[in-house]
Design a protein around this ligand. Structure first.
Ligand code: B12
Length: 219
């Protein structure tokens, strides 16, 4: 089967909320040696974008979003072991969280997996994480990088709150801050004083590697 065929099965499987199609297409794609990053991004994430559009148009309801997310999680689980990296490098620590009020974690989980295989030690605080907990984790783990995810316009502002709290705790200068999520823009990142807004997981991970392997490294 051509690569496009697997990717379109994955995309359609997510759109149709079809666990079987997605899990089988993911397994077959891995067996055929398809790039795992493409499998996630050009297959499943592409399908999820359509699900989001359908939700916006009122064609899908919250229940469909919930199922689509579960289908995607199962698909990503199949692909995870095939994500390759240089995990022996020991690139440093990253504290990662979806900010308070926000329950979206598919993107954050992909970033966390990719950072892990790349050689970072990731402390994933999960979803709906209060600002104080993120600051506490930075104090405790002393990471080189803090990653935050938010998909709701309403919760994005929490990222700025975290940055202000890190400043108050005299921790801001000790970390690089990367943020991501569909509604997050570069202008927003600049406004709140983040170091980088990632367009997608791969680009974000590349930036993290660049930070810790360049002279900019802060620890
Ligand atoms: C799946 C989904 C859900 C699922 C989430 C399940 C889960 N476990 O994550 C559920 C059903 C729970 C959900 C709930 C809601 N959702 Co919702 N959801 C979506 C949907 C369809 C897909 C999001 C997704 O997972 N995409 C796939 C992942 C892989 O993409 P991603 O998150 O963008 O991540 C990528 C990049 O952004 C980046 N990235 C993300 N974070 C980070 C962080 C770092 C550090 C880095 C480097 C990179 C990075 O890397 C990832 C991979 O490349 C989007 C639509 C959309 N187009 O985004 C709506 C969407 C985000 N939801 C929306 C809404 C409104 C809601 C609800 C309020 C609905 C309701 N009425 O209750 C609730 C809010 C719940 C809450 N408190 O958080 C709106 C948000 C509108 C807005 N601008 O505020 C959207 C845009 C839908 C829409 N078009 O209206 N949702």
């Amino acid at each position: 089967m051509a690569v496009e065929k697997y990717l379109s099965s994955l995309k359609e499987g997510i759109i149709n909320l079809d666990f079987g199609t997605v899990v089988n297409a993911a397994k077959e794609a891995m067996a055929a040696g398809v790039d795992p990053n493409a499998t996630i991004n050009k297959g499943m994430v592409a399908g999820m974008a359509v699900v989001g559009d359908k939700f916006e148009k009122g064609e899908y309801f919250l229940s469909e979003l919930v199922v689509a997310a579960e289908v995607m999680k199962e698909g990503v689980e199949v692909v995870k072991p095939y994500l390759k990296g240089s995990s022996t490098l020991g690139l440093g620590k990253v504290v990662m969280a979806t900010v308070e009020g926000d329950h979206h974690d598919l993107g954050k989980n992909i970033v966390t997996s990719l950072l892990g295989v790349q050689g970072f030690q990731v402390f994933d605080l999960g979803i709906d994480v209060p600002t104080a907990r993120i600051v506490g984790a930075v104090k405790e783990h002393q990471p080189a990088i803090v990653g935050m995810s938010a998909l709701l316009t309403l919760t994005m502002t929490k990222m700025g709150e975290v940055i202000e709290a890190l400043k108050s705790a005299s921790l801001r200068e000790k970390v690089k801050i990367i943020i991501g999520g569909t509604s997050v823009t570069t202008e927003f990142a600049d406004r709140i004083g983040a170091d980088h807004r990632a367009a997608n997981a791969l680009e974000g991970v590349k930036k993290c590697v660049e930070w810790v392997t360049s002279s900019e490294r802060r620890q």
